[in-house]
Design a protein around this ligand. Sequence first.
Ligand SMILES: C[S@@+](CC[C@H](N)C(=O)[O-])C[C@H]1O[C@@H](n2cnc3c(N)ncnc32)[C@H](O)[C@@H]1O
Length: 244
Amino acid sequence: MSQWQKWFACLLFVAVVSLVLLHLRVTAGQTESDAENLKRAAERIAETARTKFAPVYPALAKQIIEDTGVKEGICIDLGTGAGALGIALAKAGNFKVYAVDINPFAVAIAQKNAVEAEVSDRFFPMLGNALDLPFKDNFADLVVSRGMIPFIEDKAAVFREAYRVLKKGGAAYIGGGFSRMLDEETVVKIVKEAWGDPQKLPVHRVPREVWEEQIKKAGIKNYRIIEDCYPSGVYGIWIMFKKQ
Ligand SMILES: C[S@@+](CC[C@H](N)C(=O)[O-])C[C@H]1O[C@@H](n2cnc3c(N)ncnc32)[C@H](O)[C@@H]1O
């Protein structure tokens, strides 16, 4: 090998090693920032649930129990976030609640909130995906979800999974928004504080036809769409179905 070839081989080696190191640094950086984003998202959801949205969850838990007629047994809360709805149901009914979220930081916050709310004997946060639930068929009496479905592309898959894990006679209540058990003034105040314009409410980004199309795609025939209507607008949309 000539002197020039040796120099060239040496330079090539240094360049390849530098590129590999650079790639490892960038990948590690990305992983770090992904985790940072998930942490921030979980903290933001928890802060909103603790403050602006605080009146929503007990009211919605009452509405769900009244509309479904299910007040005891196994409940699954999909996309639980800080656990607020699941915790409200654990207090309002005689439920053992499994609270599923895809974000590990949300699961940790929900666990902490359960201890503070003194329901950790019947409220169990866990990591999981609503599109592929870690439960056997015919397991739950009630499946609920607030605020997750507007952000999921394949809504039919969520409805199908909810139906699969429900016991015969069990009910699902899935959607977004607030609760008709709250007075209009309170709802409008919360919506304005959170989004400025009530029409920016995430559930408004999903038209009723899409809910209908997705529930039919899931093969569920008997369902009800419940809209929380007020004179100034609709501030909650829910799909309720029972397993036959
Ligand atoms: C807008 S937050 C609502 C949180 C909570 N339900 C509430 O009402 O305060 C939506 C939550 O759904 C979770 N999520 C999104 N996609 C999910 C999936 N495929 N499976 C489980 N959780 C999911 C997010 O991590 C987030 O915590």
